[in-house]
Design a protein around this ligand. Sequence first.
Ligand SMILES: [Zn+2]
Length: 173
Amino acid sequence: MSEDIRPCKLGKDKIFEFSEIVARDLGYKPGDSLAPIVEKLGGKIHYQSLLEMDSASGSISISDIGNFEINLADHTSESRDRFTICHELGHYFLHYIFHKSNGDEIGSLKAMRYGDSFAEYEANWFAAGFLMPKEEFTSSYVKFAGDLYSLASHFFVSVQAAEVRAKSLNLLN
Ligand SMILES: [Zn+2]
């Protein structure tokens, strides 16, 4: 049942840009709740116990545009869940809508975390850009004097996610 997810190959910078545009169009502001965003897109979030889980941290089942379900573990932290939700939305936009709008026939798609397939990196870049837009992240980085805990709490992400974003923007080595 594991099918390969085809990367969009837009490149890291384009994906960061694209995810910021998507977030803005959806009316998302850093730190906002993601539940209304998923709902607005026609998606559902389902929390699974460890026994039900088919993947370490999350997955998405897409039936069609405007019809998908994101599965999350019920034992993970909210900041981690938020990144997972946006990662799965990355699959939705980059690996479903993108291919479909280019005329590819895609019925349904189920994405689970496979570790190091390229599509996973793309979904992570999407999540980082969505949750931590470049300009606001950079100005906040200055405002908080590079304090990763303050940044993480402002953007409601994990400290690790804030650190990775700071590095990708060359604010941190
Ligand atoms: Zn994934």
